[in-house]
Design a protein around this ligand. Sequence first.
Ligand code: 6LW
Length: 521
Amino acid sequence: MLLGSVALLAQGYTNPVIPGFHPDPSVCRVGDDYYLVTSSFEYFPGVPIFHSKDLIHWTQIGHCLTRDSQLYLEKTGASGGIYAPTIRYHDGVFYMITTNVSSKGNFLVYTTDPAGEWSEPVWLKQGGIDPSLYFEDGKCYMVSNPRSAIYLCEINPQTGEQLTESKILWTGIGGRNVEAPHIYKKDGWYYLMCAEGGTEYGHMETIARSRNIYGPYDSNPANPILTNFRRGAESNPVQGTGHADLVEATDGSWWMVCLAFRPLDGQHYLMGRETFLLPVRWDTNAWPVVNGNGIVNINMNVPTLPQQPTPTPSYSTDFNETTLGFEWNYLRNPRRDNYSLTARKGFLRLKATTVKLDDVDTPTFVGRRQQHINFVAGTTVRLRDASQGDEAGLTVLMNNHSHYDIFVEKGHGSTYRVVLRYRLGELTHIEREIEVPNGNIYLQVTGSRRTYAFAYSTDGKTYQPLGQINTKYLSTETAGGFTGIYLGLYAVAADDGSKAYADFDSFTYEPKAEPERRGRR
Ligand code: 6LW
């Protein structure tokens, strides 16, 4: 009954529609099913894929890149690896095209089952980043941005062979970093939509059109069609809007997905770039108008497709399943032997290795995104067979050189301690160390706009605070890069001879309501 009445209302939704680090969204429709992909950088598996019936409620159904043979990330630096993907559907086949900036550049994979396995990579010659595909009359076109401009060529998507020379189409309206090109055809026009301005505060979306796919393309006099750089959006909690894709819904309405970020404490954002949704109408001159004024808001009081809410996901796990949910990721190509959900039933067992979270390598780490401004996350861990200096715990990680860690460490003899440590660029600092008994230790982090607060417990009931630190040192503005915060479980050995492993009994993550705020951001 409730679902029925919600569906009938079909008005309003909240942005972002996919919160947490989910940048560079691309969307396609098959019947009344929508599929969306986002970029994944040094994380494995790569390119998460989501499904929706209404463009508002998204459920992750898998990843496009699940095998080492598709996704080479060995020694990939922070924010290297997989850049922006595009998803398209043609003649019964899904295609996902992207760039591995740390490997051989542009490639595509394809499948008939987007929730299943995708093909081996088909490598492509045309360079640049943010490749996209457009199919027409038996031809497959690729666009990307080599040499700071948008280029087009024809390709064979099965072999990767480039069939025509790369031809320049457009350089945008003069913004820096013209990128994220997509081609659409509507009413006899080829539209070429791009992002410009870089993925920071000056980010925007621009569009040009031509009667011929090879151009010349004429710029929309109303460009940019999307940007929160506009006057009036100064104190909008959403900034950096751009890198968009368009889709026509079953009912003929048009929609845009784009990325944007939410600055939390001043000009600092933590959750990376997230996926937002906006309505699009076409004006009398056949140009698209995005959400009326090209500005993205959190509260979208607009008519929508009939809404089909999906069950609220459980963000917590007791590790009773034999596989981890799709929200969990490794750093670079994981050494699978170091992870087990079956060695001891109901526990995630992580084998400690000498690879640290700081190393551009493959630490024993598995994490999920922070998706809410306010949350409490926790885990129960027991370190076993440890030698002095071995450690296992919970990390709030932006990248290998910016993370806050709360962990259990083996000390001298039979002692153990719980430690709070910060790693910020060149600085590593131990904030607190407290001796604890050998046994289960409960580790907790509470996130808010301004601080991450850390606490531990030996009984799971009474928590002792260990310290809190400003969020801004982990933010994108400070730590750099294209990714967002992960909450991760990890184990590190002090030296090669260690036999240490850690059993994690559970991982909990609970979003919390935001406390009332006074004044502006
Ligand atoms: C992406 C580029 C961009 O490939 O950032 O915001 C790059 N846009 O289009 C990495 O996400």
